[in-house]
Ligand binder design. Structure first.
Ligand SMILES: [Fe+2]
Length: 376
């Protein structure tokens, strides 16, 4: 599976600023570039602390990021950008705010529909600067070149990928996460873990990315239970912020695989948040892939600190126990999803070839239905 000499391209933010209480760095970056108009795309939890960015000049705030981005939300944010003409766009929040900021930044000053840039390498050159400020430790969107936006007409996730959506700077302040509730901490943390694990067991896995994946998995095993238990444990928050960043590094050149594909319909058809959807699916996909990625699955268990499963079949329950101990409701029935919903979800997931083709073990629609049934 592994070829050391296989080609790979790493594209990351030009500068990455990391450290507790460095938030005012955002304002210093803006001032250094003589920015006079900044548009902040802020999640609801962050609209009240935009002042802490210490931005120079005029500031407009788009604060209607109350769900994962859809076309209506993007249109509203683009309208504000068109009227305000920002020189700098800031994503301030979780993956939803940062993904929306990428799309708004790359489309600012261009009168083209987002549908024209869906896919890889179609986005125009960015005219505004882009700075990403994550406030949860999960998506790793601050590091990446991809953004997802849901077409609310049919629930499909449109994926846009472009080097022009990589931030000029990512400012990662783990202290911002101390107020994130335990449930969100747990779910977004498992999302970061899933990014690392799905890249590590990916058919496109690469040694340069394995480095980040291994360390991300180890950090989640060591720090996620602590961050959930005690929100103001700054060392644990910093460990998780790094794990999320490393997960983001995994996404660009390698990306996720079956786990994310199988998780998507939980969000698009049943409104379950991205982190929780991935957490529910995570142990099942780890167990499903174990026969095709035995050594790496065993290494994941060891890095996470799971009790060493004696047999391949034990990895699923062990991983499920890790998630359940974080307080994540792991049953689909707890979310109103029953056997009658399985077929429609499996049909949607089976069509997400861009991710399923990355899976180490070929996976069919029937396999996916089996995973949902096991997760009921
Ligand atoms: Fe994810």
């Amino acid at each position: 599976m592994m070829l050391l000499d296989r080609g790979i391209v790493l594209e990351q933010p030009r500068t990455i600023h990391f450290g507790a209480h460095i938030l005012p760095e955002v304002g210093r970056i803006a001032a250094a570039h003589a920015i006079r108009r900044t548009l902040v795309i802020a999640s609801a939890a962050n609209r009240g602390r935009v002042d802490a960015l210490d931005l120079p000049g005029e500031v407009a705030i788009f604060d209607r990021v109350d769900r994962e981005p859809d076309l209506a939300m993007l249109a509203a944010a683009r309208a504000l950008a068109a009227a305000f003409d920002p020189q700098l766009v800031i994503g301030f929040g979780g993956g939803s705010a940062m993904d929306l900021a990428k799309l708004v930044a790359v489309l600012a000053g261009h009168a083209i529909p987002v549908q024209a840039i869906v896919g890889a390498g179609k986005a125009p050159r960015r005219r505004a600067m882009l700075v990403q400020v994550p406030t949860t430790a999960g998506t790793g969107s601050e590091a990446g070149s991809r953004a997802l936006v849901t077409d609310e007409a049919n629930g499909a996730k449109l994926a846009v990928e472009s080097p022009h959506m990589i931030a000029d700077a990512a400012v990662i302040d783990p202290a911002l996460a101390v107020t994130v509730p335990a449930a969100i901490t747990a779910e977004t943390g498992i999302d970061a873990l899933a990014h690392c694990v799905e890249a590590f067991t990916n058919v496109r896995a690469h040694p340069v990315i394995d480095l980040y994946a291994r360390e991300g998995i180890r950090l989640v095993g060591r720090y996620l239970p602590r961050a959930v238990e005690q929100g103001d444990d700054l060392e644990a928050r910093a460990g998780m912020a790094l794990a999320a960043l490393y997960g983001g590094f995994c996404l660009g050149p390698v990306n996720t695989a079956g786990g994310h594909a199988v998780a998507y319909p939980l969000s698009t058809q049943h409104g379950i948040g991205h982190g929780r959807a991935n957490a529910i699916i995570f142990p099942h996909m780890l167990a499903f892939n174990a026969p095709a990625a035995g050594d790496r699955t065993a290494e994941i268990a060891r890095l996470l600190g799971l009790a060493q499963p004696a047999a391949e079949q034990a990895i699923g329950p062990a991983a499920r126990g890790f998630c359940a101990r974080l307080g994540i409701p792991m049953r689909l029935t707890a979310h109103g999803i029953g056997p009658e919903h399985v077929a429609a979800m499996a049909a949607e997931a089976a069509g997400i070839r861009r991710l399923l083709d990355n899976n180490p073990r070929p996976i069919t629609g029937a396999d996916i239905a089996g995973i949902y049934t096991a997760a009921l």
